[in-house]
Design a protein around this ligand. Sequence first.
Ligand code: PMP
Length: 361
Amino acid sequence: MERVFNFSAGPAVLPLEVLQEAQKDLLALPGVGMSVLEISHRSKPFQAIIDSAEANIRKLMNIPENYRVMFLQGGALLQFAMLPMNLLGGKSADYLVTGTWSKKAKSEAKLVGASRVIWDGGETNYNSLPTNDEIKAAVAPDAAYLYYASNETIQGVQFAAEPEVDVPLVCDASSEFFYKPINIEKYGCVFACAQKNCGPAGVTLVVMRDDFVARSPELPSLLSYSKLAAEQSMLNTPPCFSIYVVKLVTDWLLNTVGGLSAMYEINKKKAALLYDVIDASGGYYIGHAKKECRSLMNVPFKMQTDALDKTFLEEAAKAGLQSLAGHRSVGGFRASIYNAMPMEGVEKLAAFMKEFMEKHG
Ligand code: PMP
């Protein structure tokens, strides 16, 4: 069976080694004689899997003891509501609205409590990001937290560094988690749905500082960080298989890639291949994001008109380059080049884009 290069924004490509490992052990985990799909989440083998996933994440991201790592359900979307439910403590939170996902997070927060938009890039269809001076000037000193999405999956804008402000940061890193080393101590919370850069759909990774976890008021159990953390994400049956694959992905990052610094170097090279083609195309290809905030993970671009969009997608698919259609709010194309996208796939796409331009341009 031939695998194509899959540029989907998520669920997205997984490392081939991870799929092979999952396939190899699917019928029976070594020494267990049962599939990971069949064992109790309270069993020793599953406890070993979740412990190992957490240990890997802690090692990769250099997470100190005063942070909890949680494996939650409900996708990143549920976090949009849980965060204000748990963290507001009667205060208001400030939001940077830099694209579709932070906009959605703000609209969910509004249903829960007080929050404010302090920057919104909607006028230019979210192709830029605020400067740190703009953020600093706008953020309320007594905000419960500053919320932002470090990478907007649809618009392809990505913060090169976290905002430097005096209030705690809460960050949706769904489409960039594990793409480079970060200083976790700058955050009260970083979270990510797994199905882009960490594993399959079904589990959401939440890394939260203890004083944030302790902010939870009395809430139904599955909505309360303090109750979830107290039970080590096992208040109820967790998404066992997804957590198992996260363990395999983090094994791959540690042992095959060699950690997040090595991953970052590869990601920079991959993104440069595509942006170089866009920039050298003399306007044939137009990137959506402004140069200074281009994402290394999601590369949305279009051509001057959409007349050849269908042809581009059809010819790309024939060349084994799939799932390149852009989101309808941006149009054109989007190449999601997460950690697991091999360099070869990006090289092939870059070559295809050049050939397409020569043929049709
Ligand atoms: N945040 C970002 C940045 C996303 O890209 C997505 C999914 N595309 C979400 C949140 C929502 O994630 P989920 O579908 O897991 O709720």
